[in-house]
Design a protein around this ligand. Sequence first.
Ligand code: BGC
Length: 409
Amino acid sequence: MRTFFLSLLLCSGASQAAEVEFLHWWTSAGEKNALKRLENELAKADIPLKPAPVIGGGGDSAMTVLQARALAGNTPSFAQIEGPSIKSWDAIGILHPINKTATTHHWDEVLHPLAKAINKTDNGYVALPLTLHRLNWLWTNQRLLAQLQLTPPKTWPELFQAMEIAHQQGFIPLAIGDQPWQIAQLFESLVIAAGGVSFYQSALVELDKRNIDSAEMRLALSQLRHISLLTSHPLPDQNWDSATQALAQDKALFQIGGDWILGDLLAHKVAVPEHISCQPAPQSRQTFLYNMDSLIFMASKTFSAQQAERVANRLADKDFQSEFNRVKGSIPVRNDIDLSQFNLCQQRSYHDFLFASAHGLAIPSMTDSMAVNPVTQQAINSEIFRFFRNQPISEDEVIRRIVSIAASN
Ligand code: BGC
């Protein structure tokens, strides 16, 4: 299989010239800032970058494009990727391992265990870890909170109360990127609150039928329905970053989601945490729901193992990794980076990550590619999205459907 794929790629002639093509989904303001840092880093080694952006946060569209390009024998030189699919790509045999880079940069010693587990296979390091994002964040507009005379909500019922008041006063209660992965991510935070970390693991990572079909899931779904009713006036443009704009422009009181939101706030020079603050999503204070961006390097006629190591070696640079994460809103995958110049939300994220890792409370996001295979993930995400958008769909119906997706997993 490996040989077949390699010859397919070699015959068809993949990427061109000395520039390296990078497939990714970083298209918002904060993401573009971070991407610029990556481009500059490669320029230091005279490696011109040809970005190949695929619009659509969360990466579902980008992954579909990557698969189609691989089948056509037209892979980019390297690509943004997340979680267990790194191992699937490696199993097909079209990745360049980057073990020299790993040795030069002492990855075995400096990477967080999580980063090693995700990026290493029997072939050694087959991907370069870049970011560690926390997803269970509640972002709050402090000006609106004060204007509405509210205190920061600690539980979902408190959050609903605050949202209702914001709604009555003509503000957007919760800024939502109206796409399946965004809604499904919101649902993950509800599931954690409803059942706790081991419940979440069992229901959404291991897809155990007994916990999918449960009172906790029904509670989380009924709360999601509550949110859908409170936020029934969609934003003019439905991406997560336009939702963040509504938050930053004092139109929306809250947003729930990953700390790429912080990257966008910083890119727009919003004061964080003074104007927009961060706190863990309600009832998930000690939980660290994460995803990790990695890069895979793809074998082709015009992108050799040596070139892969050259690119990887630059992007493994400690100062670059630090700067990229500072701008991106995430925290570094290495344990030896000083965060004193990072935003306070990132410092808190790191502190909470260390605590959560030590206490079994760091959990992978199912909806953002860190737990189950992409087909199952997309099927579950779209069921949750369908439920969110269609009031007549009952909790029982969506549970039945998720159980049947889990059974065919
Ligand atoms: C990626 C982030 C990205 C976000 C929104 C997530 O899947 O891990 O790097 O900023 O999607 O596009």
